[in-house]
Write a protein that binds this ligand. Structure first.
Ligand SMILES: *Cc1c(COP(=O)(O)O)cnc(C)c1O
Length: 415
């Protein structure tokens, strides 16, 4: 069946025809038959260079031989035991070694679950109720973080989804990104804040990058007000380098959340941080957290193989950075909008100056983006279908792929 027919059928069976909203591309999404390296092949027989990469996990590209081998070897031995496995110790040990702020970790099954648990833990540890997040920051799809952007620091949070209780998000306040004073002012006025959660680099509207000193300011301000600092590194972990943004910018959060790359493409999440905080988690402490699929062996094997590969090939980060720089050079030639990149994260914004925060990103010309996105797809390049989702590169993108992407950027931006 063709993609268009499959989508007609899917719409009868699943809300919006999809398993996650961003996939509902109009008029219909393409259905993938298989993937390898940097390429997706659709059921319609079309091949795309993939710059979406499942929204981040696949830093080594599709079906990387070492990750595939690790998954196959694990599957032979079983894929779910409901008992501890030696693999947990390998992956936990690696994450802890790579992140000076992390003394202990707990594995869960998704990034959403990780931030949900980290927030509960922060409340349990501090005995305080409120949390502060950044406007436009994305931390998954659970109630406490589904707050409408624009409900700022001085007002109570307003639910961003039907079904989320106003009472729940009343405990969530928001501040703009890159605005340390706004956080300081809010924390000075509100003594009931358990934690400030932030994507150190905003990955779900961008990338939008932290200005010089912003992350260090966050560390100082939260410490001064006795508020836990949570870095949500679900995208940035192992994406902007070993040790994520916290090592790259040299700022130690109290807690950090992970997902995406640490599972090598299989479902995973993790949260970790200072020992005295983490020891509050059940069964060693009173903050409850549990999961049937937590620490499932297949995800651990895929994640561990991915992290080992990255450790053994530290040059990959420099190569990825050079690749996005090559794309930037062509995009800048187009003299239209702004290009932002950080290692293998990149995005072209249809707005004169690079955005500093969520409000800036809202000013982008979305229609121009849609035309550009469609033109790129016609040129054989699959980008995330939103002005507000970052593009990704992987180690599987070849020099020829990068040239094709750069050329397509050039011609599609000029179009
Ligand atoms: C993807 C993402 C999440 C949610 O992770 P899931 O595995 O999709 O639940 C949370 N935080 C950030 C920063 C993310 O990019």
């Amino acid at each position: 069946m063709k993609s268009s027919d499959l989508f007609e059928r899917a719409k009868q069976l699943m809300p919006g025809g999809v398993s996650s909203p961003v996939r509902a591309i109009r008029p219909y999404p393409f259905y993938v038959e298989r993937a390898a390296g940097s390429r997706l092949t659709t059921v319609d027989g079309v091949e795309f260079i993939d710059c979406c990469l499942a929204y981040g996990p696949l830093i080594l590209g599709h079906v990387h031989p070492e990750v595939k081998g690790a998954i196959e070897r694990q599957i032979e031995k079983g894929w779910l035991y409901g008992t501890p496995t030696p693999l947990e110790i390998d992956l936990a040990g690696t994450i802890i070694e790579d992140h000076p702020a992390v003394d202990m970790v707990r594995f869960v099954s998704s990034g959403s679950e990780a931030t949900m648990a980290a927030i509960r833990l922060a409340r349990g540890y501090t005995g305080k109720q409120d949390i502060v997040k950044v406007e436009g920051g994305f931390h998954g799809a659970h109630d406490a973080v589904l707050v409408k952007a624009g409900s700022g620091a001085t007002t109570l949070g307003v639910p961003d989804s039907a079904g989320v209780l106003a009472d729940v998000v009343a405990h969530t306040r928001q501040v703009p990104y890159n605005d340390p004073e706004a956080l300081d002012t809010l924390l000075a006025r509100n003594e009931d804040v358990a934690a400030f959660i932030v994507e150190p680099i905003m990955g779900n509207i961008g990338p939008v990058l932290p200005e010089d000193g912003y992350l260090a300011d966050l560390r100082e301000i939260t410490a001064a007000h006795d508020v836990l600092l949570i870095f949500d590194e679900v995208i940035t972990g192992y994406r902007v380098g070993i040790g994520g943004a916290q090592v790259r910018y040299g700022v130690k959060p109290d807690l950090a959340t992970f997902g995406k790359i640490i599972g090598g493409g299989l479902p995973i999440g993790a949260f970790g941080g200072r020992r005295e905080i983490m020891e509050m988690v059940a069964p060693s402490g009173p903050v409850y957290q549990a999961g049937t699929f937590s620490g499932n062996p297949a995800s651990l094997a895929a994640g561990y193989a991915t992290l080992r590969y990255l450790h053994e090939h530290p040059d990959v980060y420099r190569h990825l950075d050079e690749a996005t720089r090559a794309i930037e050079e062509t995009a800048l030639d187009a003299r239209r909008g702004s290009f932002v990149r950080m290692g293998s994260l990149f995005k072209h914004f249809f707005r004169e100056a690079p955005p500093r925060n969520y409000r800036d990103v809202q000013e982008c010309d979305r229609e121009a983006f849609s035309r550009f996105w469609k033109a790129m797809l016609d040129a054989g390049i699959f980008l995330p279908p939103s002005q507000f989702e970052t593009n990704f590169l992987s180690t599987a993108h070849t020099r020829t792929d990068i040239e094709k992407i750069a050329d397509a950027y050039g011609s599609c931006l000029f179009a």
